[in-house]
Design a protein around this ligand. Structure first.
Ligand SMILES: NC(=O)C1=CN([C@@H]2O[C@H](COP(=O)(O)OP(=O)(O)OC[C@H]3O[C@@H](n4cnc5c(N)ncnc54)[C@H](OP(=O)(O)O)[C@@H]3O)[C@@H](O)[C@H]2O)C=CC1
Ligand SMILES: CC(C)(CO)C(=O)C(=O)O
Length: 307
């Protein structure tokens, strides 16, 4: 299977690198600056799950290549529209698009551009960032991807994808309820990115602060109410399950949004918290905590534009 990874950053570089390590035919679609960096440095992963350095196959949008069978989308949401234009020459009739972005709002955008049938559901769970040399750094162990057809069928193409992705050092697993998984991850990341950015702190001290756990739970409940009003297929116990996951997480855990803020980079506030707040307003759901979090992210974004 010819696999294209769109964006060789923390997520795409990591999971794409693991697929190369396994021996899959993987090409990375990158922009010029990243191409030069990867040509000089190689694609280097420093990870608690094992280090890896490879010389990846790279293309830019100017290059010629046949259409790919599977395209992993791993850009930030704010780059998605331009990335869609850049990848179009490499998308063929049979190409399947597997997005790994956080959130859900990108799905309709991808379906509009490529057609509903081309896009399958996907998400990833990992804590990675790029260091100054552009190496991928992973400091906590979790590293999995979930993917599946939106209609939950076990189609021939999804079985082929499953075969190609299985057996890598990172876990790639087919899900028979990917839409639910994506909403669950959306709820989790909205809360965890929301609190770690608001407090400018890793999860440990936030959890241990006075009423910290209750603050986190209240935010989960707000998000859950909005998602249910929208008709999202949430597990009834999802808040308690997320509270347990949150409790088991390392004290040092920071959402990627906080790591981006610490580097002064743009953030996905509109795509994650903004979209959820938009749904809250649409369905008339009171969400005071989410409003504070979103406002805080907007202030960061405004200050960035002014800088
Ligand atoms: N990092 C993490 O721990 C996790 C992140 N996520 C989600 O995964 C998604 C990706 O995040 P992450 O990997 O951290 O982001 P990064 O910023 O590390 O990587 C995104 C990459 O996309 C590239 N890119 C953007 N536009 C294009 C384009 N037109 N053509 C080619 N490459 C392009 C960027 O390249 P360039 O260098 O040229 O800007 C960059 O290398 C986000 O939605 C995030 O929320 C999900 C789970 C965990
Ligand atoms: C919460 C986490 C680490 C899980 O993948 C994440 O999605 C992020 O930080 O962006």
């Amino acid at each position: 299977m010819r696999i294209l990874v769109l964006g060789a950053g923390g997520v795409g570089g990591y999971f794409g690198g693991r697929l190369v390590e396994k021996g899959e035919d993987v090409t990375f679609l990158v922009r010029e600056r990243r191409r030069q960096q990867l040509e000089q440095e190689g694609l280097a992963i420093h990870s608690v799950n094992g280090d890896l350095t490879i010389q990846p196959k790279l293309i830019t949008t100017q290059d010629q290549a046949e259409a790919f069978d599977l395209i992993l989308f791993s850009t930030k949401a704010y780059h998605l529209q331009s990335a869609i234009q850049d990848v179009k020459p490499f998308v063929g009739e049979k190409s399947v698009i597997l997005p790994l972005l956080n959130g859900v709002a990108h799905i309709q955008q991808l379906q509009r551009e490529f057609g509903v049938d081309k896009v399958i559901g996907g998400l990833c769970f990992i804590e990675t960032t790029l260091n100054e040399q552009g190496h991928i750094v992973q400091t906590s162990k979790g590293h999995y991807v979930r993917f599946g057809e939106f209609g939950n069928q076990e189609t021939e193409r999804i079985r082929k994808i499953e075969e190609a992705l299985s057996g890598t050092r990172a876990s790639f697993m087919r899900s028979s309820h990917i839409e639910q998984d994506m909403w669950h991850k959306y709820l989790y990341i909205t809360v965890i990115a929301g609190v770690t950015t608001l407090m400018r702190a890793p999860l440990g001290p936030i959890r241990d602060s006075e009423d910290g756990r209750e603050f986190i739970r209240a935010l989960f409940l707000e998000g859950q109410a909005i998602m249910l009003a929208h008709g999202a297929p949430l597990d009834q116990e999802i808040v308690e399950k997320h509270m347990i996951t949150m409790e088991r997480t390392d004290d040092t855990m920071k959402a990627s949004m906080l790591r981006d803020m610490e580097k002064g980079l743009p953030i996905e506030g509109q795509h994650l918290h903004g979209y959820l707040l938009h749904l809250a307003q649409k369905y008339g759901i009171d969400s005071p905590l989410l409003k504070v979090i979103h406002r805080h992210l907007q202030v960061y974004e405004l200050m960035q534009h002014q800088a």
